[in-house]
Design a protein around this ligand. Sequence first.
Ligand code: NAD
Length: 439
Amino acid sequence: MSLYEDIVNHKEKLSLVGLGYVGMPIAVSFADKIDVIGFDINAEKIEKYKAGFDPTNEVGNDRIKNSKVDFTSDETRLKEAKFHIVAVPTPVNPDHTPDLTPVEGASRVLGRNLTKGSIVVYESTVYPGVTEDICVPILEKESGLKCGVDFKVGYSPERINPGDKVHRLETIIKIVSGMDEDTLEEIANVYSLVVEAGVYRAESIKVAEAAKVIENSQRDINIAFMNELSMIFNKMNIDTQAVLKAAGTKWNFLPFRPGLVGGHCIGVDPYYLTYKAEQLGYHSQIILSGRRINDDMGKYVAESLVKNLIRAEAPIRNAKVAILGFTFKENCPDTRNTKVIDIVNELREYGIEPVIADPEADAAEAEALYGIKFTDMKDIKDCDAVILAVQHDVFAEFTPADFDKMYKTEDAHQKILSDVKGILDRKTYENAGYIYWRL
Ligand SMILES: NC(=O)c1ccc[n+]([C@@H]2O[C@H](COP(=O)([O-])OP(=O)(O)OC[C@H]3O[C@@H](n4cnc5c(N)ncnc54)[C@H](O)[C@@H]3O)[C@@H](O)[C@H]2O)c1
C-alpha cells in the first residue's frame, strides 16, 4: 500500500508546517479531501484561524470557519502525520543574502517529530541545493533517521499569487519533484488531489528549485527593463504606457509594465540565485542590475513628485501629500516588504510628511512594522499632491470628481496626481488641468 493510498483512505495524515499566505490555503484545500494538521509556531495566528478569521484574505472567513484543518501550535502533533509540506518564509538579510533561519527552524521542528516512512516536501522558495544540502542534514540529525531509507524528501515550488482569485492553487500547474522515482510518484499523486490543473514532474529536486527562482527573476528583470524605459521616456516627455501599447501590437513583444517591486517573492528570490552563483564564483551582471533599478523606483517616484510640485510653484517643505495604497501589491492586505515605504522615506527627506490611506491593508501590521497610522479615505483633503501608489480595484473606480475633493481649494495651484501604475486615463486628468504623472 502506498502512502498516497493510506492518506486517501484516512489511515495517514498530511501536515502543513507554516500557515501563511501560501501554507494556509494549501492546508484548507487538502482538508476538503484528506486529514490535515496545520502547524505554525505563531500561536496567535493559530487562534485566529481556529476562531474562523482569515487575516490573509486568501480563502475568506467562511471557508476557514468550515474547514476541517486541525490547526495547532503544538509541534508534537506533527508525529501524527506522514506527509509533510513546509511553507515557511525565505526572506533576505539586510545585506541581501538568504536568511534561511525559518527553513532551518522548520526542519528542526519537523526532524524532532519525524516518523519512519514519512515524506517531507519543501515549498519555500530557495536556491538550488537547499533541500538536499541544508534541510536533509538537519532532518537526519534531529530525527536520528536516514534520508532515503527511513524517510524521503521532495520539493514543490509554490506559484500562487496573493490577492489573485483566478490563479489559485487548484488552477495553476504545479511543479513536483522527489529524491527518487517512487517518491516523485507519491508526491505527484498527493498534489493531484487538489491541483486540478495537473502536476509537472521535474527531473530532480534541484531542477524544481531552480525553476521557481528563475520564474521570479525573469519577471524582476523584465519589470526593471520597463522601469528603465520609463525613466528614459520621462526625460523625453513621452508617455511610456503609450509606447508599450504601440509596441505591444507586435506578436512577440512581452506585456510587462513599469512599477514598484516589493513583496517576498519577485524582489527577494533573485538574490537567492545570485547568492548561490557568487558562491560558485559567478558574479551576476543582469539579475543584480535589474534588482538595483527596481529597488530605487520608490525614490524615483518621490523625486518626480517633488519636481512636479516645483513646476506647479507649490511649496515643497510641509507640502500636503496623500499616498493612496500602502500594500506591496494590489487587492492584498500584506504590507511587509512594501516599496511604498521608500516613497514615504524619500518624501520625508524633502520635509514632507505624507498622509497615507489604504482601505485594503492590514492597518495593525502597518503600524507595528512602520509606525504608520492610516488616514481614513474621507479625511484625505486639502492636498497639494496625491500619489496613487497601489492598483487596488477600489481606486480604479475613482472618477475626477473623487480626486477633486482631495485637493486644497484655497491658494490652490495646479493639482498634482502621480498615478504610479498608470491605472487612470491620462487625458481625462490633463484636460481637467491636472499635472498628471505616471511611470
Ligand atoms: N506569498 C507569496 O506570494 C508566495 C508565492 C509563492 C511562493 N512563496 C514562498 O512561499 C514561502 C512562504 O511564504 P508566505 O508568503 O506564506 O510566508 P508567510 O510569512 O505569510 O507565512 C509563513 C508562516 O510560517 C510560519 N513559520 C515561520 N517559521 C516557522 C517554523 N519554524 N515552524 C512553523 N511555522 C513557521 C510563520 O509564523 C508564518 O505564519 C516563502 O518561501 C515564499 O517565498 C510565497
